[in-house]
Design a protein around this ligand. Structure first.
Ligand SMILES: [Zn+2]
Ligand SMILES: [Zn+2]
Length: 410
């Protein structure tokens, strides 16, 4: 017999009761972080736990990825939840019982919380499957932080390996911890969430000569300085100011000796944008500018751009439905509208295939001034686990219920 309390209330109560379990999982994962495409132990822990729950589990997807399906009682579509698995090459101070036991590696981006929340959601929704429809797919994705040179993997490979098509996934959710929000807050963007990103490599070929006679050569360093200034003008004036873009060079290297004109300077950087057409037009303008400068100076400038991530966009209809579902439990003050950011996330590969809703989970505890991700100081308040688990359970169950009652996702 199904209890008479509304489902969302029972889900939220169960999420609270599961806190010790989810905290244990989070701390276990936190103690044993693994770098991108090396998530072997992590994958084993996930697969063992999910098999233990009785889900249908597939491992070895796109490297160490794990996909687990929960079959609900009534027929309906497949709704997915994604959690990323990898950690970062950062040394964590050993000041907590659950600090990293792997020297130089740390879950400093909160993917340990993401996985623990997803495992908790699998356990929680398993108990409610008699009231739900369709299939709930948990996608654990390796290598979100970027691929080691020469390797393949991450969300793009998971998509290629069919995690969204076998069977067709009707909607996908994901979250990221956010130290700029306090515990209890959920941040969301209605449309664009995160930027598309390119990796750029700019090589300037000059000609060596004695430093005292620069007129006999082509000074690649002087030309690099000019190019850097001109490229920032492309960002400030070469595109519609209403659509943001960032062009940052993080490395510059060139020259061999103080009294020799540099014949080569190499710069590496990134271009971020919120619209694919802005990316195309900026790159075209940069190429044009480099051609002109090459002709004027006798240097040769080459730019290669590698598209890393597309723009991450939420589906507006799914987003509206997600907010309505979250609003059944969370107060309007807890649901915080946010502006899109210039950071990137490979969840975008899932979101460009099927309707997606990606949101931010506050992790800043009371009295904590500021914290950033990708830092050894990142120490999220574990109260966020319950908030994240409640949100995950509400969204997956809410959509599943909607599917059994209407043809929204048919
Ligand atoms: Zn990260
Ligand atoms: Zn991350």
């Amino acid at each position: 017999m199904i209890p008479s309390d509304p489902l969302h209330q029972r889900l939220a109560r169960r999420a609270e009761a599961l806190f010790p379990e989810v905290q244990r999982l989070r701390r276990d994962l936190h103690q044993h972080p693994e770098l991108s495409n090396q998530e072997e132990r992590t994958a084993r822990l996930l697969a063992d736990y999910l098999c233990g729950l009785g889900l249908t589990v597939r491992d070895g997807v796109a490297g160490h990825g794990v996909v687990a399906d929960l079959f609900c009682s009534q027929p309906g579509p497949t709704v997915a939840w994604r959690a990323d698995m990898d950690a970062l090459p950062i040394a964590e101070p050993p000041d907590k019982p659950w600090s990293s036991r792997t020297p130089g590696v740390m879950h400093a981006c909160g993917h340990d919380l993401h996985m623990a929340i997803a495992l908790g959601a699998a356990r929680l929704l398993q108990d409610f499957q008699a009231e739900l429809a369709g299939r709930i797919r948990f996608i654990f994705q390796p290598a979100e932080e970027g691929l080691p040179p020469g390797q393949v993997g991450g969300a793009e490979l998971m998509v290629r390996e069919g995690v969204l098509t076998d069977p067709p996934v009707a909607a996908i959710f994901g979250l990221h911890v956010a130290p700029m929000l306090t515990v209890g807050q959920i941040g969301f963007c209605p449309d664009i969430v995160m930027a598309g990103a390119d990796r750029l490599r700019l090589t300037i070929h000059g000609r060596q000569a004695h430093a005292a006679t620069p007129h006999h050569g082509v000074d690649a360093i002087v030309i690099a300085a000019q190019i850097l200034t001109l490229l920032q003008a492309v960002i400030s004036q070469g595109k519609d100011a209403r659509s943001p873009a960032v062009l940052t060079f993080g490395t510059i290297a060139g020259g061999s000796r103080f009294n020799i004109l540099a014949d080569r300077v190499v710069l590496e950087g990134t271009l971020r944008h919120h619209e694919a057409k802005v990316r195309t037009s900026i790159l075209a303008k940069v190429h044009q500018l480099l051609e002109g400068l090459s002709a004027a100076t006798g240097a040769r400038a080459e730019l290669t751009s590698e598209a890393l991530y597309p723009v991450l966009r939420n589906d507006p209809d799914l987003g509206r439905q997600a907010l309505e579902i979250l609003g059944r439990h969370f107060s309007p003050r807890a649901l915080v509208p946010m502006r899109p950011v210039m950071g990137s996330e490979d969840f975008a590969f899932f979101a460009q295939e099927v309707p997606a809703f990606y949101f931010f989970l506050g992790t800043r505890g009371p009295g904590v001034e500021s914290q950033t991700l990708h830092s050894p100081d990142f120490d999220p308040d574990e109260g966020a686990l319950t908030v994240g688990l409640t949100a995950a359970a509400l969204l997956l169950a809410g959509l599943s219920q909607a599917a059994s009652q209407s043809d929204y996702l048919a």
